[in-house]
Design a binder for this molecule. Structure first.
Ligand SMILES: [Zn+2]
Ligand SMILES: [Zn+2]
Length: 115
């Protein structure tokens, strides 16, 4: 497979973005204070109940903030993801990442347009 310049720039930016992170997974995390805050569910059992029932779904939210992994500044939906900073998986970092990074993490799909 031939990679375009855009592909190569994306892959370089992606690997640079996760170089200090051991594991990245997308989606809501019950262990992440920032997620609890974003979803306004710090009210104990109700939030936990919703989480277990799959009622908390990250639909993404539109933002012009740079993606926390690839750094893309193209406006678009940002999704919650989490990285693990140490091998013990104790220290997690909340990330807001673009759909390009989500797709790339999920099945290696490269973005058609990336800046
Ligand atoms: Zn989070
Ligand atoms: Zn990204």
């Amino acid at each position: 497979m031939e990679y375009s310049d855009s592909d190569k720039r994306f892959m370089a930016a992606f690997s640079n973005g996760i170089k200090d992170i051991h594991v990245v997974s997308d989606g809501f995390s019950w262990n992440c204070p920032e997620c609890l805050n974003n979803y306004d569910i710090c009210c104990g059992h109700k939030g936990e109940h919703m989480y277990q029932n799959g009622e908390i779904v990250d639909k993404g939210s539109f933002s012009h903030n740079a993606c926390d992994i690839c750094g893309s500044k193209l406006g678009g939906n940002r999704f919650s993801a989490h990285g693990v900073l140490d091998t013990d998986h104790k220290e997690i970092v909340h990330l807001e990442v673009c759909v390009d990074c989500i797709m790339y993490m999920a099945n290696g799909d490269l973005p058609e347009v990336w800046e």
